[in-house]
Design a binder for this molecule. Sequence first.
Ligand SMILES: Nc1ncnc2c1ncn2[C@@H]1O[C@H](COP(=O)(O)OP(=O)(O)O)[C@@H](O)[C@H]1O
Ligand SMILES: CCCC(=O)OP(=O)(O)O
Length: 354
Amino acid sequence: MKILVINPGSTSTKIAVYDMEKELFSKSIEHSKEELAPFKKISDQLEFRKETILNALKEAGFDLKEFACISARGGNIHPVPSGTYVVNEKMVQDMLSLKYGAHPSNLGAPIAYELSKQYSIPAFIVDPVVVDEMEMVNKITGLRGILRQAKDHPLNQKAVSREVAKFLGKKYEECNFIVAHLGGGISVAAHKKGKIVDVNNALNGDGPFSPERAGDLPNVAVVEMCFSGNYTKEEILKMLAGNGGFVSHLGTNSLKEVLLKIEQGDEYAKLVYDAMVLQIAKWIGIMAVVLKGFVDGIILTGGMAKSEKLVSDIKEYVGFIAPVYTVPGEFEMKALMEGALRVLKGEEEAKTYE
Ligand SMILES: Nc1ncnc2c1ncn2[C@@H]1O[C@H](COP(=O)(O)OP(=O)(O)O)[C@@H](O)[C@H]1O
Ligand SMILES: CCCC(=O)OP(=O)(O)O
């Protein structure tokens, strides 16, 4: 039983094929800032991402008729509990409308839906970016009517937590972890006994700046910028997510390129990199407080955790809190396969998005 897994991220499109649990194929195609620049809105990337996936499958010799189902990374819909969801029309409309937020993961379900109709196979999403397990006390801000919101990498956050729990000989539900997912976006979360009780909004809220997100900003300065008359709302939103972080300072979304600049003696690149490291570490500190210091481990994961330098620089700040475990890259593809397989095997009932 073959499962096609697709995962459009901010700096890459990842594709994998499984035969039950066995991985037959996987490919990650990185997208440069220049390649994505012509697309004004995330939804404009639909055909480009779909073609990227279809070409990769064709090159690898797969025929879409072979697949029993498609499992896609789920993007911005309204907040939902953790689980596997059947892709339906309402979900696709909400993702493409961008009304709950704009991120390439919004394209996973629409692409899967098109292919599922064409080939008469089911399509699922698993633990979309809006999974909400946050405790209310962590959502309250200093302004009535504005709540903090979970928008992060729950799929990988939970998958790597399960792996580290297994390594420690425990169940995920018995552990307290701080997980920092270091990708195109960065999420830092407190996992308390199997629930993400606090996490930054990695897309357009708070948190460290990332390769392409602005993260925490002084709010009056942002208000001044909004009312300066120099920018449209779309331009400002793009500055916060897409053209923020490394892209704003250094014109690239690639940590690899930033590290190269530093090696070549670029002092400004070093300053920006050092600032990102410190912001990640500060957020790990915040989550240690949320867990009242009861932390079984700090887990560093995501594409940027492949950099030994980044991992060791973060460790220098946070090593005193708890043991640091590194899970470079992500388990998102495996988690997407597992979520779909649980449903196909009848071990779990797929939820319906209303
Ligand atoms: N081996 C590596 N060393 C340093 N940085 C890396 C490495 N591999 C990927 N990265 C960086 O990780 C970031 C992308 O992470 P990833 O988790 O793949 O992103 P996303 O899924 O959000 O598109 C990019 O900035 C990329 O340069
Ligand atoms: C929508 C938040 C998740 C996120 O930031 O994912 P990427 O790192 O893939 O951009």
